[in-house]
Write a protein that binds this ligand. Sequence first.
Ligand code: MG
Length: 388
Amino acid sequence: MRIVDIRETSIPLNSTLANSSFNFSEMTTSVVAVITDVMRAGKPVTGYAFNSTGRYACGAQMRARFIPRILKAKPESLLDDAGLIAPDKCLAAMMQNEKSGGHSERSVGIGTIEVAIWDALAKAVDKPLHVLLAERFNGGKRAEKVFCYVGGGWYAPGKTTRDLQDEMRRHLDAGYTMVKMKVGGMALADDLARVEAVKSILPKGTQLAVDANSKFGRDDALAYARGLAPFALRWFEEPCDPLDNALLAEIAAVYAPPLSTGENLFSTQDVENLVRFGGLRPERNDIIQIDPPQAYGIVQYARTLDMLARHGWPRTALFPHGGNQMSLAIAAGFGLGGAESYPGVFGDFGGFADDAFMTEGHVSLSDRPGIGFEGQARLYKIMRELAG
Ligand code: MG
C-alpha cells in the first residue's frame, strides 16, 4: 500500500452561529484527501477528513511541510509488517524537524491528514473505522451505538428564550436525552434565566450541560459557578481559559458538580498538565473533550488515553469534541463515554451519516468502510471533488 497523493482545500462553514466568545461568520475548515494505490471498483482507495469545527483551515502548513514530508518518505518506511500504511509512522514523518511545544500551529494540520490516512487504511481493509479502532485499541469490542448529546443552545440574532426552549424540545423529540447550551453571552442573571427556562422543560431522566467557551475571567467564572451549582448540570464546560489550570482548580474547589474542558488542548502534555493541576477529578464525573483531528490525530489520541489511564482516568470520561463522524468513530472504537452532535448547524460539516438514527440518546453506527463520509451526501460531494 502506498500513498500516491495528498490534496487539501479550504471550505467556508457559512455559519451564522455565535457562542459567548466569537462567531463563525469567517470560519473555514481544511478538507483533506489521501489517495492510495489500492484499487476498488476501478478507483483508488481515498481517505478523507476535515479539521473539525472552530479552528480555521490550515492549508499553508500542510502544503509547506506535512504533505511533502509524507510524499518524500520512502514508501516502505511508512508501512507496517502487513504492508499496510502505518499511521504512527506517517505521524513521525510529519513531525520531522518540528520543535517541541507550540502545538496548535501544526497539530491541526497533522491531525487532519492523520485521520484521513486512517479513513484510507480502514477502507483498504474493508472495515468501518470504529471496528478497526476497536480491534487495535479496545480489545476488539465492537460498539453497536454511541451515547450522543446535542451541543446546541447557540446565541443567534433575535433568538428568544422561547426559541431556545423550542430548539431543545426538537432535540428531545429527535431522540436525544442530553442537551447542552451556551452561557456567557449575556449578563449572569439573564443567562441563569435561560438555563432555568431550559431546565423547566426537560423531562425526568434527561440532562443539561452548559458551555462558556472559555469566556470568563476569575470573578465571572466564580459568579457563574455559584449561580449554576443549584441546577445539577451534567457539566459546566470551559469556565475559564483552557490553559489556566490554577483558575480551573480554584473553580473546581468551589463548584461541586462536574466540569469539562479539553477541546482547546492540542497535545498529550497539555492534557497531562490539566489533570495534574486543573483540579479535575474522575470520581466527580468530570469530562475531557479533546478533538482528535485537531490534536495530532488518532495515534496521539491513543497515547493521551494511555497517559490518562496512568492518572486514573477511565475512557468513559472522554467525550471528543466535534459533532462529526470522525469523533463518532473514535468514541465508538475506543469505547469512550460518548460523542457530541450539532444537528442542523455547521452546514455540510455538521452531523453524521444521512441514515444515522437516534434512539434513547444513542446514535447508530455506520457499516460503511472507513469513517463513513460516503453516507453523508453533501459533505461527500465536497470531498469527492477534491479527489478528482
Ligand atoms: Mg465547547
